[in-house]
Design a protein around this ligand. Structure first.
Ligand SMILES: N[C@@H](CCC(=O)N[C@@H](CS)C(=O)NCC(=O)O)C(=O)O
Length: 231
């Protein structure tokens, strides 16, 4: 029987786009279901009763980016990426070497647990001081990632892989910078990350998954335009 795959997501969320990139790279057919986070669908609540996220996180609440594979619900984008790579083994996204795999997981965790929370804070903050500090911390974390990238084309080396997918949020940062006029990721300060994200958005798989810049920019303006980030 052919695999039945459904992806529940929100178009502007890089969590769901991570899963989409991996599915497209593997050539897995899937049905995409756009979720309304303010009015979560019965399927989302049924399949993601723990986090109710897309892909989900945290203990009992409800969140929205998930995948359903032959009736089995999966949550948390990074966990789903591992599942996809183990289930469909062609075009592997993880490095072969166990040490390199561990490092890739380490940095992906760093992105979700260190970088993303301060970016979220910088975007949403209504207070200028708090927002300046959050942008400062964002820059610190980006510097760390810039040195991890070194002179490599991609985090994965010559071709992109798991960590490049996990780091997609950096593309979102560039778009937020354009839309809100805030220096989230100034080019002069992060030349390697700039080149890296340009290579990614030119890649055929990413091109299909990253939302159009104008659409995402307009979303940022509507959602965060009144926060300190845009002043
Ligand atoms: N750690 C989760 C995060 C997923 C997440 O936060 N998704 C957001 C969309 S950007 C969501 O569903 N928010 C709805 C909510 O928090 O209720 C993952 O990697 O999948």
């Amino acid at each position: 029987m052919a695999d039945q795959v459904q992806l529940f997501g929100v178009w502007g969320s890089f969590f769901g786009r991570r899963v989409e990139v991996a599915l497209r790279l593997k050539g897995v057919q899937f049905e995409y279901v756009e979720e309304d986070l303010y009015n979560k669908s019965p399927s989302l609540l049924k399949y993601n009763p723990v986090h109710k996220k897309i892909p989900q996180r945290g203990p009992p609440d409800t969140r929205g980016d998930n995948m359903l594979h032959n009736g089995n619900p999966l949550a948390e984008s990074l966990v789903i990426l591992e599942y996809i790579d183990e289930t469909w083994k062609h075009n592997p996204i993880f490095p072969k070497d166990p040490y390199e795999r561990a490092r890739a997981r380490f940095w992906a965790k760093f992105i979700d647990e260190k970088l993303w929370p301060v970016v979220r804070k910088a975007l949403g903050s209504k207070e200028e001081k708090e927002q300046r500090e959050a942008i400062g911390e964002t820059h610190e974390h980006l510097e760390t990632l810039e040195s991890e990238l070194k002179e490599k084309k991609f985090f994965g080396g010559e071709s992109w892989g798991y960590l490049d997918i996990a780091a997609m949020v950096i593309i979102w940062l560039g778009i937020a910078q354009e839309a809100l006029g805030v220096e989230f990721i100034p080019k002069e300060k992060f030349p390697r990350l700039h080149k890296w994200q340009q290579r990614l958005v030119e890649d055929a798989v990413f091109k299909e998954c990253v939302p159009p810049r104008e659409k995402l920019g307009a979303f940022f303006k509507a959602r965060f335009g009144s926060s300190a980030a845009s002043k």
